[in-house]
Design a protein around this ligand. Sequence first.
Ligand SMILES: Cc1cc2nc3c(=O)[nH]c(=O)nc-3n(C[C@H](O)[C@H](O)[C@H](O)COP(=O)(O)OP(=O)(O)OC[C@H]3O[C@@H](n4cnc5c(N)ncnc54)[C@H](O)[C@@H]3O)c2cc1C
Length: 619
Amino acid sequence: MEKTKKSLIEEEPFDKFSAESWLKSDLPDFEGTVIERGDDNYEKECYQYASSSYLEEGIIQPAYIIKAKNESDVIKAINYASDKKIAVAIRTGGHQYSGASSTNGNNIQLDLSQTYKDFTWDNEDCTSVTIGISFSLGEFNAKLREKNRFVPHGQCQSVNVGGHVQTGGYGQLARSFGLLADHVEKFRIITADGQARWVVRNFSQDKDLFFAVLGGSPGNFGVLTHITLKVFRDQDYPNSRGLRAVYPYNRQCVKALLDIMVEMTDENFPADYDYTITVLSEPKLHPGLETYDTKYDTKDAPRVYWPPVIIVFAQWANLEGDRQVYDPNFIGKIKQAGGDGQIQVDDDIYTPMSTLTGDWTFPIEREFKLPYVKRVYMSNSSAQRLKDYEWTDWVSGRIDNGNIWDSPDPMVQLTFDLSLSVQIQCYGGLNSRYFQNGKKNLTSFSWRDTNIVCVLDAFYNDAEYDRVREWQQENDKGVGNSDAPFCEYDRRVLWGSHDLDLSANQQYYYDQNPEEKYEKLCKVKQTYDPSGVFTPNRFCIGLPPADSEVDSEMQSKTKKAIEKEVLATKPKERPQLSAKERFWEVVNMKREPGGLIPLWDTWGTSFYNFQRLHDYFTH
Ligand SMILES: Cc1cc2nc3c(=O)[nH]c(=O)nc-3n(C[C@H](O)[C@H](O)[C@H](O)COP(=O)(O)OP(=O)(O)OC[C@H]3O[C@@H](n4cnc5c(N)ncnc54)[C@H](O)[C@@H]3O)c2cc1C
């Protein structure tokens, strides 16, 4: 696709970083807190997930952070930005991977983390609910579970509904129920003119805005305040099953589990099944450096420990209710491939869907307190193509390469081991609801014909910077040409972005379904936000690509790596254990107050939320 040279919106507010500085006295009288660049608590307040990785790009430095107390604050902020011709970055949970919920220059950040927390059941049957967007997924999931209700959503409990619903809500129920956004009946949004409106699914007047907000480019069309969702009842899935198992890492096991996933991409595979493989690991040696995260992330959750493990989520949703009989064969194959591990949720017995949605949520704020280089690849390759190109062999090799698992040399370990967070999930097949829901074209999420999504994230310490770059560059060869083992095309998702300039990379994020989708979205933007109040950075639609063609993230990081001296920390000698030995060591380790907590101990009813977990280890 030819790149659009001209800006598709009238103005580019974020580019207007004039030397002129706004005086705080200029600001309207907000009821919520206002933090100004330069204030003592500024760095702590502007911390968000991407701070660890995009600090030097200077893209997470709003002139003011406005923590809106109520809707009046929100409208004042929008009107102020409009008058001053600056832009507003909207942040709810702050989880956007490339920092797009923040801004810099004279622009402001509107923090909605506490603004909209209302929750109302809309009918007696509790199948429709209206919620404010400031809920985290963990809180929202818990509220639904109180009534034995559920809806598909993503897997991180601290992600917030505000951004999550606009980027889709990709999660373990994707094949059986689709995306979170597929179940939105209507949403409430405040647009650049300061007006709030309800936008209703399938209502002709609202069609374009509904389409654009759900999937187009989060935060670019207005401030989302509430959503009304259709939710599901446990009782309609009376025999649902799930498997959550943790296995010690080894490459052959990853490959065997992936081979089963490839078989699952068969077009006729039933929609009841969902299957995700996660590989997590952190090096044996911790350099113990202070990072931006350890310094500024004030959340005092206990330190979760990630020995090299494979975590498997598999589920049978029992979509046809009583009429269906559970066949344990498919999940049985997974158990067999996993081998000797720890089964935490077993498909031998019925588990309600609402419980399973909690079981599929990782109860943590972030994977590792380190900077990251992220990749999400989506593939529409058939099972046959994946086999022909030996993808499972290739990708398990890439994961293995991310770590020098048992190097006898501690210095090698320190320089070459990356902390990995890998997640591979099946989405595909003609029966998949992810695919079926996409055919309605009510939302604008791209790549609905995806069979497998593969996330390869690496977190690194300074000594590993060159290594992480090389690792991801090699992974990139898995997509984007006719011989690539994963997919002929390079297809990316807004929720897992790693680019800083959206327009320059639009062909990776937007498909042609419907044709000229990106241009259509830009037209909606033009209608509702002609002067770019909601264009606070380059990861926004409608802008001309930046001058520099090269991956600016990589460029500046290389510079950083050259400038920094290689870490001089002397690693401690440790007994060398195999990955399997470490796994069982951790499974059996004595729990100490204030000590490390293995990931799986953070799960389950008794440990479900941080507070209880924290209390358990500190009292
Ligand atoms: C550790 C981790 C795990 C994740 N796991 C998953 C997963 O399993 N599945 C999945 O689908 N995604 C996942 N994500 C991605 C996440 O769902 C998206 O980045 C989501 O958009 C974050 O929403 P937020 O409100 O928490 O973040 P924010 O950074 O606040 O917002 C994200 C985007 O939405 C915009 N936005 C936020 N609130 C509003 C609002 N009220 N009105 C208008 N625009 C708004 C922002 O401007 C920004 O562009 C994960 C992210 C992280 C960091």
